[in-house]
Each structure stands twice: as structure tokens, then as C-alpha cells.
Design a binder for this molecule. Sequence first.
Ligand code: ZN
Length: 142
Amino acid sequence: MDLDRVYQSTILDYSRRKENHRDMEDATDVERGHNPSCGDDLTLLVKQEGDKIADASFIGNGCAISTASTNMLIELIVGQNVKIAKRRVDIFLKMMRQEEVSDDEIDELGDAQILEFAADMPARIKCATLSWHSLEVIFEKQ
Ligand code: ZN
């Protein structure tokens, strides 16, 4: 099995997960991410309790890469301290800008590290980073 196929099946698997694709009435933060070049329109909903991310979900529609990436992001932040969530967003965006990240940092991204393949694909990088930028905007507002 070649690497492209492993990436593809992992991305399809994440994009098909339904448990995070839901509205959240008691969200503390809501941020819409829109990528007109692909048609991705995903709104990230986050529920913060104190310094913890208690819950996260998304609504809207997007391509396989943007929805997979959003599910990966949600998995990496729910139940985590806000500080850790912020660090993971920073590491991911650094990786996507093709800046240097350590092996430990990459490990922290779990399956999301496979999205690095999109870093040098101008048409796909916006799909892969859409919801991470939305979360960055939420954190910047605080
Ligand atoms: Zn897309």
C-alpha cells in the first residue's frame, strides 16, 4: 500500500465521522471558516469551562480534507487545557507553513500530522488549515 493511499483512507475515515458534526447550544465560542476557492464553509463551536476545552463540534459543509482536518483538530483539543490546545494549533500551523518543528511536537499532533502533505499544495492548504485558523481567531479574542 503506498503512502498516498494510507493518507487517503485516513482522511476519508476522519471526514466520515459524524459525532463532531453537530450544533451546540451552550457553545462559548463560535467562529465561521469559509474557503471560497474550494467551497468549504465550516463553523467551529467550542465550549470552554474555565481553562479547559470541555467540548467542540462543527456545523456546515466542506470537502473531505477540511472536514477530516476539523475532526482531527476536535480530537486534539477536547478535554484539554486551553494552553495545550493553543500549543497544538501553533505546532500545526507551523508545520503547514513548513517551518521547523521537532519530532516531539509532530508527535503531539497525532493523525493530524499526515495533513502535512497538503502544505505544498496551494489549492489544498486552505482546506487543511481552515478550522485551525478559526480556533486561532477564537483564542486571539480572549
Ligand atoms: Zn476544501
